[in-house]
Design a binder for this molecule. Structure first.
Ligand code: ADP
Ligand code: MG
Ligand code: MG
Length: 251
């Protein structure tokens, strides 16, 4: 059993006009086996939270902590975060020229496990996982992110998650730009990892759509760089019906 604990996190983003305060004291704890949906209006700082956890250099943590089983994640390099069991899709480079999906996955797996996976098993794992995600086998020989469509990027993200078997996964807008069929396939992938491992998931989304496929245990409403309200899955249903207005309009 592992715990990812975000404590009173304050984050500035670097802008041409200097630092801009985005996160204003985020408290959130995810335990193994739990799925937390983080929902909020555009611009509320959801991606900023994901980038801060990933260690993106543009996002400066001004105070607060992120602890993985008590260890300070914020002091770790991006690679160390991955080795510690964090899966943060956005920590990987946007495009990796000349590196195929197949080599990229194997390198990532080797770095995380500290040893290369046994070849035969690995090849069959990759092939099987790609089949499950309805990915064409030729996809493995394409260069990472080069000319990937929105849907291919999302499938590649879930392919990584399935193969790397993290302790915690932060998935930012995994549903954006997917048609219904792709959304189902990608959600099935996340659910397979949930069923087969004890992964804790922080699922960041603006819309409630993906939550029809991936059932959250907890829902957090994120507004203006803070968690404004927390509840169970019923909170997502309420957001679907009412939108975010009541969190934005002054009482
Ligand atoms: P969300 O993911 O909830 O839509 P973001 O974390 O992307 O929100 O953005 C939160 C706020 O931070 C927004 O007001 C956005 O304009 C601002 N912001 C994010 N990144 C930058 C940046 N690089 N430069 C300037 N402002 C930024
Ligand atoms: Mg975002
Ligand atoms: Mg499970």
């Amino acid at each position: 059993m592992s715990t990812l604990e975000i404590r009173d996190l304050h984050v500035d983003v670097e802008t041409p006009d200097g630092p801009k305060k985005i996160l204003r004291g985020v408290d959130l704890t995810v335990k193994s086996g739990e799925t937390h949906a983080l929902m909020g209006p555009n611009g509320s700082g959801k991606s900023t939270l994901a980038y801060a956890i990933a260690g993106h250099p543009k996002y400066a943590v001004t105070s607060g902590e992120v602890l993985l089983d008590g260890d300070n994640l914020l002091e770790m390099s991006v690679d160390e975060r991955a080795r510690a069991g964090m899966f943060l899709a956005m920590q990987y480079p946007v495009e990796v020229p000349g590196v195929t999906v197949s080599n990229f996955l194997r390198t990532a797996k080797t770095a995380i496990d500290g040893k290369a996976p046994a070849l035969r098993q690995w090849v069959s794992d990759v092939r099987g996982t790609m089949e499950n995600l309805r990915m064409d086998p030729t996809f493995a020989e394409r260069n990472v992110n080069e000319g990937f469509s929105g849907g291919e990027k999302k499938r590649h993200e879930i392919l990584q998650m399935e193969l790397l078997q993290p302790k915690f996964a932060v998935l930012d807008e995994t549903d954006s730009g997917l048609d219904v069929d792709a959304l189902r396939v990608v959600s099935e992938g996340v659910n397979r990892v949930k069923d087969n491992t004890d992964v804790g998931v922080l699922l960041i989304t603006h819309y409630t759509r993906i939550l029809r496929y991936i059932t959250p245990d907890y829902v957090h409403v994120f507004v203006n760089g803070q968690v404004a309200e927390q509840g169970g899955p019923e909170l997502a249903e309420r957001l679907e019906a009412e939108g975010y207005d009541r969190f934005l309009a002054p009482a």
